[in-house]
Design a protein around this ligand. Sequence first.
Ligand code: NAP
Length: 307
Amino acid sequence: MPATLKIALVGIGKIARDQHIPALAASPDWQLAAAVSRQGHVAGVETFSDTAAMLAACPDVSVVSLCLPPVPRYEVAAACLAAGRHVMLEKPPGATLAEVHALQAMAAARGLTLFATWHSRMAMGVAGAKAWLAGKTVTRAHITWREDVRHWHPGQDWVFEPGGMGVFDPGINALSILTEILPGPVHLTSATLEFPTNRATPIAAQLQFSGHVSADFDWRQTGKQTWDIAVETPDGALRLEQGGNKLHINGAEIAGEDSIMGEYPALYARMAALVRTGQSDVDLAPMVHVADAMTLGRRVTVADFDF
Ligand code: NAP
């Protein structure tokens, strides 16, 4: 296997520009060899208007990273796997659980890597939180994930279309941390979902889980943004702030490990390791909770939302 892996990026939107392109440029593992974009362009990189044309023209691109919204992602991922390429998926890994199971089966049958990424699991405080909670009894946990959709998803109507997941688009990041750090599984017991009258997905949600675990997601918060998780145990309390990047245990700040990279550099380092060792990494636990909330949640309607 070559020292540098050739990769293509599909969907040159906000997250591709903010995170994927810089992370790839800074990594010795990767060469960004192609891009697929309906209207965008990546400077210095051959850009194709559709994935089939890229796959046909670039047989040496062994890995494709998909930065599309969840709904169009399955068709593209399946085409890449069918063409013998390893695939990396942005979060949430698909529009439905079943389509991700189908991709898993395709990848396994072809001996290809499928990596369903959860960038928040790579945040600085997450590994430390997981290590401290291992073997402990969690008596209570609460997530507060409140942000301004107009700031983080400017004009992205897809988040309010079916499959866009609404406030679960950021909320699933909190659930990816929760499912990583808790020493045992929890399951959703009830939920309230707030749908703007003019939109197909919720703008806020309150979730209750087994084991006194709860979550408050809201996309209408202006000013200070809040991405916190508080966990109580008989041995003390833990608090993750700033999306998992700041860890406090019993009130004292715990420094992240020096070796921890930024979230996206860490995702690409993991993808390189998975490809080189012939493994996949697909954990759907965060998305199961979202699907359960959509199944069990009580729907209430709230004021119209427009960007
Ligand atoms: P975005 O800015 O709307 O970009 C998505 C890109 O996908 C579009 O620019 C478009 O690129 C392409 N695309 C192809 N088919 C599309 C369709 N049917 N509808 C819309 N776009 C389509 O979205 P994003 O914020 O980058 O989010 C993409 C994924 O990254 C989501 O799953 C999101 O959860 C995840 N993510 C986002 C953030 C964030 O801060 N925004 C952070 C972490 C993860 P072309 O014009 O190049 O074809």
